[in-house]
Design a protein around this ligand. Structure first.
Ligand code: ZN
Length: 216
């Protein structure tokens, strides 16, 4: 498939398909008992949506940048290191620092401008990343959240075996938060892969095609 068609296809996948791919990316998610999976997804999404509704009720018409500022969070636009296996589009650092990888814009070149998802400019995606990272800040403040507490047994059904939290659930919640807060039509899952695509097109094409096969 043509690279631009491939990226567009991934961008417009349904929320459920994006979540299935996100779960496949986290090896530990296979440890979620199948009878719990649906409830785990619903509860993770609910954490994000409920938090966004609370913020909206509190801040009404404020922009995400204004909301972040009112929480005394330090916001920096930086040029983060780009690596083939791991490129961040943004990050949250404790206790109150959000970084957005503005350096990515140069590396994206004209890929998105020349595609059918040409609205994916920095002004558009920085809001999504900012909202996503702001959820991670809220998540730190509210230890009772489902995504902070759900654990899987690393060794399967062995009683008293080691347990682990699942990072992917926080990612699902953070994306749901961004979607609800910014009133986005499309769930912004996988946007990290999409935004990094033009930096490593051949490699990312293989990765996305492999991901799409998993949900066929
Ligand atoms: Zn995240």
């Amino acid at each position: 498939m043509d690279h631009k068609d491939l990226v567009k296809k991934v961008f417009y996948l349904s929320m459920r398909d994006k979540i299935r791919i996100q779960l496949c990316e986290d090896a530990l998610s296979s440890k979620i008992p199948s009878e719990e999976l649906e409830a785990v997804i619903v509860d993770s999404l609910k954490n994000g949506i409920d938090s966004a509704r609370q913020i909206k009720a509190q801040f009404h018409e404020k922009t995400i940048a204004e909301i972040v500022e009112s929480h005394e969070i330090k916001l920096d636009y930086v040029d983060m290191m780009t690596q083939e296996d791991f490129t961040s589009i943004g990050s949250f650092e404790l206790p109150n620092h959000i970084l957005i990888n503005q350096g990515l814009v140069k590396k994206q070149g004209t890929f998105f401008q020349e595609s059918e998802i040409n609205f994916l400019t920095f002004d558009y995606w920085k809001e999504i990343v900012l909202a996503h990272e702001f959820f991670h800040y809220l998540q730190e403040k509210d230890k009772g959240m489902f995504v902070n507490n759900y654990q899987v047994s690393v060794w399967g059904k062995v009683p008293f075996g080691p347990k682990s939290k699942l990072e992917v659930l926080s990612e699902i919640a953070a994306n749901a938060f961004a979607q609800e807060l910014l009133e986005l039509i499309d769930y912004p899952g996988l946007i990290d892969m999409i935004l990094v695509f033009p930096c490593y097109p051949e490699r990312m094409a293989l990765k996305l095609e492999k991901a799409l096969k998993k949900i066929e």
